[in-house]
Design a protein around this ligand. Structure first.
Ligand SMILES: *[C@@H]1O[C@H](CO)[C@@H](O)[C@H](O)[C@H]1NC(C)=O
Length: 98
């Protein structure tokens, strides 16, 4: 089981790295470190669950984070990797202001 889980984590990390390379932009400001923003449909994290009972046993963050007004929320269930995929979405409870 440990090996299966490790293989899964490696696969997820590889996917995450590709997503980041493909779609993330770099933001630079004078004194701060670069911050990767999850762009478009890039997942911001994965909740790994037990296939049998769907109990979530781990959460993996992607290396990018959501842009200011967005939150990392559960988006869909990817049964091929037994994980709920999280994406950046605008918080709907908050009224928009401009
Ligand atoms: C998943 O849940 C089942 C049933 O509770 C348990 O027997 C099994 O060991 C669990 N697997 C993992 C990977 O936690």
């Amino acid at each position: 089981m440990a090996m299966v889980r490790r293989a899964l984590l490696i696969a997820l990390l590889a996917v995450a790295a590709l997503h980041v390379l493909a779609t993330a932009i770099h933001r630079r400001s004078a004194d701060e470190e670069e911050v990767l923003i999850c762009q478009g449909r890039t997942p911001c994290g994965w909740a790994l669950y037990n296939k049998t009972n769907r109990y979530i046993y781990d959460f993996m963050k992607n290396r990018c984070t959501c842009d200011g007004d967005k939150k990392c929320v559960r988006d869909y269930d990817d049964i091929s990797i037994s994980s709920y995929v999280y994406r950046c979405k605008v918080e709907e409870s908050k009224p928009t202001q401009s």
